[in-house]
Design a protein around this ligand. Structure first.
Ligand SMILES: [Zn+2]
Length: 126
C-alpha cells in the first residue's frame, strides 16, 4: 500500500518535515532488523544525549506492505512518519543497487557499468 498523498496544507507540510527528518537520520544510528515477515522490519534508532553522553535507543516496527509504523508520531497522525519514509528510501536504494549489480553481471563493458552507477547514484542522492 503506497504512502497516502497529502490532501491538506498541514498534511503537506508534515510530509516535508518527515521527509527532511528521514534524510537527516544517520545510517550508523538506525538499524533495521527482519521480523520474519516480508517487508516488515524492526527499526532501532539510537540517540546520544548531548549533556550526559548516555546512549539510548527506541524500537518500532515498520510495515512496508501496509505503510504503517508503531511509533507515537504515526499513531497520532497516521499516513506517514520519518521511520516509514527512511525505511522505504533504504529499500528503494537497495533495490536500485541490486538492479545495478545484476546489470553489471550481464554487461561485459565495465565502462558502461560505471557510467550507469554514477548516474543512478546521483538520482538516488537524497
Ligand atoms: Zn514511525
Amino acid at each position: 500500500m503506497p504512502i497516502p498523498e497529502p490532501r491538506t496544507a498541514p498534511e503537506a507540510s508534515r510530509l516535508i518535515r518527515c521527509t527532511e527528518a528521514a534524510a537527516r537520520m544517520d545510517p550508523l544510528d538506525v538499524w533495521l532488523y527482519p521480523t520474519g515477515q516480508a517487508m516488515r522490519l524492526e527499526l532501532e534508532s539510537f540517540k546520544t544525549d548531548e549533556y550526559t553522553g548516555e546512549r539510548t535507543s527506541r524500537r518500532y516496527v515498520v510495515d512496508l506492505v501496509k505503510s504503517t509504523c508503531t511509533c507515537p508520531d504515526f499513531r497520532k497522525h497516521g499516513m506517514f512518519c520519518k521511520h516509514l519514509l527512511y525505511t522505504e528510501a533504504v529499500f528503494k536504494r537497495a533495490a536500485a543497487l541490486d538492479a545495478l549489480a545484476k546489470r553489471a553481471e550481464e554487461e561485459e563493458d565495465g565502462r558502461l557499468f560505471m557510467q550507469n552507477l554514477h548516474t543512478e547514484r546521483s538520482l538516488l542522492a537524497c
